[in-house]
Structures are given as structure tokens and as C-alpha cells.
Design a protein around this ligand. Structure first.
Ligand SMILES: NC(=O)c1ccc[n+]([C@@H]2O[C@H](COP(=O)([O-])OP(=O)(O)OC[C@H]3O[C@@H](n4cnc5c(N)ncnc54)[C@H](OP(=O)(O)O)[C@@H]3O)[C@@H](O)[C@H]2O)c1
Length: 345
């Protein structure tokens, strides 16, 4: 027996499209193993408006239209509106928030999530902004409304970090977190070690599709700050945000610094940390640090990411995600969908 889960999506960019493709690929498996038949009832982008049909839209057609660069405006289910109107008209049980991080406060994504939770929808997001700025509030709202709020793909793509702690590390307290959370800067450090300049490293990262056209948020630590705040808020019950995070840019790291680190048996890595101070308050930082060669993070190269969790009972655990790509991020969203499907069933 299969149950329909009506879902609507804000954002149909790299993650949205990869998730849509994965959904098509897994359709039969979802029905057979999870009794779940997802039905798309709304999709909205910033520049394209929305397609809305509470009776169902064809995921294949939305993808095809996007690939042909056709406009939503040419379709019969077109609505010239933004995300709030799309959420309200979609009749969905589940809202996928897959828009980009805005400059601050986690908005407008956090507002979309509030609206969806207050409308009785479960929420999945790949956007780190809402959890970096308003995790406590959104999580409490989800609990109050008896709905799920899931965000597996927001940090380290599809590496199942949050489900690892939630399910597998049950009974542990996470005391501290240390990670390499930004793929672009980790790749750049590898290029610098090979003797390249900062400019060469950025160009190569862009050529390989790892870095964005403007990688400044990666290099100055803002991306890492948002990610470490998500981990601190979710895993350590903290109330921090990127504005409270100490950041030091990678731009000041020279070839001589890398060489000097090597000579004392270390590597320089762009390390994100969340730790408690003597008063018990969680402090977060993102900065280039010397890491001893016997630390699991020292040998995380290329565009890979990694995190070490320090727990009270299970000790120290490290998770490495080797060269994650867009399909792994889509998997994080899919993993959350399975969690919702199991709960709904
Ligand atoms: N790409 C990755 O590997 C990856 C990994 C982990 C997490 N994430 C996170 O996942 C999210 C999506 O990433 P992406 O790579 O798919 O980004 P993207 O390719 O830039 O796509 C973003 C999508 O969101 C839409 N959008 C942005 N602001 C909107 C708004 N206010 N209202 C409606 N639609 C809006 C955009 O519409 P327009 O195109 O019309 O502007 C576009 O469809 C981001 O928060 C990102 O940080 C991405």
C-alpha cells in the first residue's frame, strides 16, 4: 500500500534539480520499500514565479522544461507569485526549502519555514541559513506543531551527520565539534601546497566547478561560520549565529606558512570549531590552524570535507566525505524524505 506525500519546493537550482532526478530514479523503490508516493504540488523560483497544482505536477515535465530553458510562465499551472503564495496554494504536506543563503538572519528562508510549519507541513531544507540563525525557534515551532524539521544536506552535503548523532549515537552528549566544512578552501590549500598562488588556486577551483564565481564567503570564513553554527546549534544545543563566530581569512596563509607547518609535522587546515568555554557557553571559530599529521583531519585533501565529534561516552569520532558532489547533497534531502515517509507511515 502506498501513501501520497504532497510536497512543494522553493528553489529549483542545482540541488532542486538533482533531487528531482533522484526522485524519478528512486520512484519504484520508494513505493515498494517505504510505501511512499511523492506528489509535487508546487515549485517556485525567485526569477521564474511558480507552478502550482494541488492535484499534482509532473516532475519529469518541470525538469524537462528547465533543461530546455523554457519559462514557468509558458505553462498552464503558472502563477506569478512568490514562495509564501505558493506554499499557501500548494495543499502540500511537506515543504522543501532549497533556496540560497541570504546575507543575514536566515531570511527569507526562515520565514518560509515558519509559514510551512504553521500550515501543518513537515519541512526539509538544504539551506544552512535558517539553522545557523534561528534553529532553536524553528525546532520549537516544529515540535509545537507536531511536524518534522530536517536539514541533513545543509552541512557536508549528504553525509548523514545529524542522523548519526540523532539515531546511532543515542545517549551521548556532543562536547565539541571540529571540522573542515568548506570544500573550496580545502581544495585551495592543496593547490597552495603544490606551489600555486592564491589566484591560481581559486581559478583551478572554479575551473573544476568547486568554487563559485565569487568565492569570498568561502575564503573569509563566512560559509564555514554558518556551517559550524548549524552544528553547534543542532548538536550542542547552542544559540550561536555567524555574527558571534570568530573568523580569520584564509587569504593571509602563505607558501612559507605551509612549509613551516610541514617542518614541525603539521599541515595548515581551515578549521571550524565549536567548543564550550569555562562558563559553559559555546564559542565558535573559523580560522587557519596547524593540525598535527596524526589528526584525521590533516589528511583530508582535495574538495573533501570532514568533521570530528567529541562525545562524552563514545569518545572521538571522525566522518570524512570524500569529494562530495551535487548528487550527495540531493541524497541528504532524499534521506530526510525517507525519515518523513517513515514517520507518516
Ligand atoms: N550546491 C551544493 O552542492 C549544495 C550543498 C549543500 C547545501 N547547499 C545549499 O542548498 C541551497 C540551494 O543550493 P543550489 O546549489 O541549488 O543553489 P542555486 O543553484 O543557486 O539555486 C537556488 C534556487 O533557489 C531559488 N531562490 C533563491 N532565492 C529565492 C527566493 N527568495 N524565492 C524563491 N526562490 C529563490 C533560485 O531561483 P533563481 O534562479 O530564479 O534565482 C534557484 O532556483 C543553498 O542554500 C545551498 O547553500 C548546496
Amino acid at each position: 500500500m502506498t501513501g501520497k506525500i504532497k510536497f512543494c519546493m522553493a528553489g529549483f537550482g542545482n540541488v532542486g534539480k538533482a533531487f528531482a532526478r533522484l526522485l524519478l530514479e528512486k520512484k519504484a523503490e520508494l513505493a515498494a520499500e517505504y510505501g511512499c508516493e511523492p506528489l509535487l504540488t508546487g515549485v517556485c523560483t525567485r526569477s521564474g514565479g511558480a507552478l502550482i497544482n494541488p492535484g499534482g505536477l509532473s516532475v519529469e515535465k518541470v525538469l524537462e522544461m528547465n533543461e530546455k530553458k523554457n519559462r514557468f510562465a509558458d505553462c498552464k499551472n503558472f502563477a506569478d507569485c512568490g514562495v509564501p503564495e505558493m506554499i499557501a496554494a500548494s495543499g502540500a504536506d511537506l515543504f522543501l526549502e532549497l533556496t540560497t543563503l541570504s546575507s543575514g538572519g536566515g531570511e527569507p528562508a526562515a520565514g518560509y519555514i515558519r509559514q510551512a510549519l504553521n500550515s501543518g507541513m513537515h519541512v526539509i531544507t538544504s539551506n544552512k541559513g535558517p539553522e545557523a540563525w534561528c534553529f532553536g525557534e524553528l525546532n520549537a515551532l516544529a515540535e509545537k506543531n507536531g511536524r518534522m524539521f530536517l536539514y541533513e544536506s545543509s552541512v557536508m552535503g549528504g553525509a548523514p551527520l545529524f542522523s548519526l548523532v540523532r539515531h546511532t549515537l543515542r545517549g551521548n552528549r556532543v562536547l565539541a565539534v571540529k571540522g573542515i566544512l568548506n570544500a573550496t578552501t580545502n581544495f585551495m590549500l592543496g593547490e597552495l601546497e603544490k606551489g600555486g598562488s592564491h589566484e591560481d588556486a581559486v581559478r583551478e577551483a572554479q575551473r573544476m566547478g568547486i568554487a563559485e564565481a565569487d568565492p569570498s564567503a568561502d575564503i573569509n570564513g563566512l560559509d564555514g561560520a554558518a556551517k559550524i553554527c548549524v552544528l553547534a546549534n543542532v548538536l550542542m544545543n547552542a544559540s550561536v549565529n555567524p555574527g558571534m563566530t570568530y573568523t580569520k581569512s584564509l587569504a593571509g596563509v602563505s607558501a612559507a606558512d605551509l612549509e613551516a607547518a610541514h617542518e614541525c609535522g603539521c599541515r595548515i587546515k581551515f578549521i571550524c570549531r565549536a567548543e564550550r568555554d569555562e562558563s559553559g557557553a559555546v564559542r565558535t571559530s573559523v580560522k587557519p590552524e596547524k593540525v598535527s599529521m596524526d589528526d584525521p583531519l590533516a589528511n583530508v585533501g582535495g574538495a573533501s570535507t570532514a568533521v570530528t565529534l567529541y562525545t562524552d561516552i563514545a569518545g572521538e569520532l571522525s566522518v570524512v566525505h570524500t569529494d562530495p558532489g551535487i548528487m550527495q547533497t540531493a541524497y541528504g534531502v532524499y534521506n530526510d524524505l525517507l525519515t518523513v515517509a517513515e514517520a507518516v507511515r
